[in-house]
Design a protein around this ligand. Structure first.
Ligand SMILES: NC(=O)c1ccc[n+]([C@@H]2O[C@H](COP(=O)([O-])OP(=O)(O)OC[C@H]3O[C@@H](n4cnc5c(N)ncnc54)[C@H](OP(=O)(O)O)[C@@H]3O)[C@@H](O)[C@H]2O)c1
Length: 273
């Protein structure tokens, strides 16, 4: 049995499908089983119950454990769980103590390393799904606004992250590995907005604003804290004018090339209409 935390999430839903496709049983966790709309052949349980009986491996999404892992790891050991596959972040590679995103992911990785369980840390960079934050602007024909228009990134499709995580869950190939994942192409926000416009069938625009304006807009979002805004702005500022690095890991691990942003935009066109 594979336990999937955050099973209704961007990555989690695809992890559920991939693990089922591999012929393994899934227990999927959600805070609200009534609305989770998970596949019928999955055992659904509540996140706060965290039932670990019969679980061999855990897919761990830190969104679920944003205040800390609590007693999860000792409980997992006591219950006979063998492996944790954590959805970490490329940010975990940054050793700057002021990078709170790095500290959050690296802290959890260290706790898992010390737990005595087998582990894999899947470390993606920017998700394509972050572009879902542009839905309102694109639907209403408003420009998408951000600072540092020339900042390049290699956004990754959530299905590619899930495919790597599933490989780590259902085979022994990635025990002790820390695959750094990216999408297959270096793109700026203006590039991505134009690609979404093409998928939707209606031109979409990007407009560059100042860093101060972008900070203010980010801080108005409910989950944003000043420390996180600092990290994200620094990342954009340092990514201007140089192509993003492309990782070969998705293709190496899954045997198929990473999905392009145009594929992602086609998969999500309805979200922007
Ligand atoms: N976005 C990026 O660019 C990026 C880059 C690198 C790494 N990451 C990592 O990826 C994770 C996000 O993955 P994702 O997009 O698949 O996750 P997600 O969709 O944000 O969340 C997954 C699921 O977790 C549950 N959840 C959310 N907040 C929760 C809370 N406070 N308490 C309990 N359960 C909660 C929700 O399920 P229910 O409502 O069904 O309970 C949600 O569907 C981040 O935590 C980060 O560690 C993100």
């Amino acid at each position: 049995m594979i336990l999937v935390t955050g099973a209704t999430g961007n990555v989690g839903r695809h992890v559920v499908d991939e693990v089922l496709d591999a012929g393994r049983k899934v227990r999927a966790l959600t805070r609200d089983p009534a609305t989770a709309a998970l596949p019928v052949d999955v055992e659904v349980a509540r996140t706060d119950a965290m039932p670990l009986d019969g679980v061999e491996s855990i897919f761990l999404n830190l969104s679920v454990f944003w205040t800390g892992l609590g007693d999860l790891l000792p409980r997992a050991r006591a219950a006979g769980v063998r492996r944790v596959v954590m959805l970490s972040s490329a940010a975990a590679l940054d050793e700057d103590p002021d990078n709170e995103l790095a500290a959050h992911h690296r802290g959890a990785e260290r706790a898992i390393e010390d737990s005595g369980l087998e582990w894999t840390f899947v470390r993606p960079g920017e998700f394509c799904t972050n572009a879902l934050g542009w839905r309102d602007e694109i639907r209403s024909g408003e420009p998408v606004r951000n600072a540092f228009a020339g900042a390049a990134m290699a956004p990754i499709h959530e299905r590619d992250i899930a495919a790597v995580a599933a490989r780590a869950l259902v085979t022994d190939d990635l025990v002790g590995a820390t695959p750094l994942l990216s999408g297959p192409e270096s793109l700026t926000h203006p590039d991505m907005v134009a690609i979404i416009g093409a998928a939707v069938g209606r031109p979409a625009r990007f407009e560059e604003i100042t860093e101060a304006e972008a900070r203010e807009a980010m801080l108005s979002r409910p989950y944003m804290r000043p420390g996180l805004v600092d990290v994200l702005m620094r990342l954009r500022a340092t990514s201007v004018g140089r192509p993003a690095e492309i990782s070969p890991e998705v293709e190496r691990i899954t045997g198929r090339p990473g999905r392009s942003f145009a594929e992602w935009a086609a998969d999500h066109a309805a979200d922007f209409r």
